[in-house]
Ligand binder design. Structure first.
Ligand code: DHB
Ligand code: FE
Length: 295
């Protein structure tokens, strides 16, 4: 069976693409953000995932306001990068994993989720830039399964529903008849608001609580309604639902995780940025961790 090695969650912001393109990683403005990634890249270099399931929100590239699926899963052999008007350099196409795509679609549909399946799908900055931050090499060594969750057009799925989806995806990965190693990635957030009266809104206190919950209490954010999450994190901060899906995917059977690394920095562009990597522990270590936390 496939091995779910762990997960990463990170902010996605178009300006990151420009900074990578111009080589600004060591500039004072960018360094505190980019410095969050080398420890995670080192871990990924050891954990060596073959495929990455990417939870992110499409920003109007595939789905515009006239047709907005709540959950959409890519089932393509290749995904072309385009963006929705930010003018950032596009990256080389990413390889898909058709077998995992259809296995996830079949497993998750059998658990009563209604998905849109996309045999053609373009990917925007929310998918490509986090992958570029984790694998900066010119040809990305992992293939991907994109999973889009609507955080753009109301009504949005509840945090509880997103958590359930993430868990179902994690279970699908674990039941995949393959010797491949799989990671999950969630992109978006943390708190930010790009428009309206609260444009520029950032909530550090909530973000730090949320980051902590990712490690210690994964279901914590599911207590909030979507309107509460928008109030606490901003109209685009609600993208943190992707972190929740990633985290939920890691709560399948042997559920203990180890924090590999996390980083929080305010601001990049309009956004409070965060990154966090969690490694799943093998069964004996997970059992020991559960025993010691119960004691
Ligand atoms: C910004 C953040 C986003 O999540 C996004 O999709 C676009 C822009 C920003 O802070 O500039
Ligand atoms: Fe976004």
């Amino acid at each position: 069976m496939a091995q779910l090695i762990g997960g990463v969650a990170t902010s996605h912001i178009p300006a990151i693409g420009g900074a990578i393109h111009k080589g600004l990683q060591q500039e004072a403005y960018w360094k505190p953000f980019f410095d969050g990634f080398p420890p995670i890249r080192e871990w990924l270099g050891r954990a060596k995932p073959d495929v990455v399931v990417v939870f992110y929100n499409d920003h109007g590239l595939n789905f515009f306001l006239d047709k907005m699926p709540t959950f959409a899963v890519g089932a393509a052999a290749q995904y072309e990068n385009a963006d929705e008007g930010w003018g950032i350099p596009t990256l080389a196409p990413y390889r898909g994993d058709l077998d995992l795509s259809w296995h996830i679609i079949n497993s998750v549909t059998a658990k009563d989720f209604d998905l849109v399946t996309c045999q053609e799908m373009q990917i925007d900055h929310a998918c490509t830039l986090p992958l570029k931050l984790l694998w900066p090499e010119s040809v990305c060594p992992v293939s991907i399964v994109p999973v889009c969750i609507n955080t753009v057009q109301f009504p949005l799925p509840s945090a509880k529903r997103v958590y359930a989806l993430g868990k179902a995806v994690g279970e699908a990965v674990k039941s995949w008849n393959s010797d491949k190693r799989v990671a999950v990635l969630g992109t978006g957030g943390l708190s930010h608001q790009l428009d309206g009266e609260r444009a520029g809104f950032i909530n550090k206190e909530f973000d730090l609580q949320f980051l902590d919950s990712m490690v210690t209490n994964p279901e914590w954010a599911t207590q909030f309604s979507i309107l509460e999450l928008v109030e606490k994190t901003g109209t685009q901060g609600v993208e943190l639902l992707m972190w929740l899906a990633m985290r939920a995917a890691l709560t399948t059977s042997h559920s203990a995780v180890r924090l590999v690394h996390s980083n929080y920095h305010i601001p990049i562009s309009n956004t409070a940025t965060g990154v966090l990597a969690l490694e799943t522990l093998p069964a004996p270590a997970a059992a020991a961790a559960a025993l010691s936390s119960a004691a």
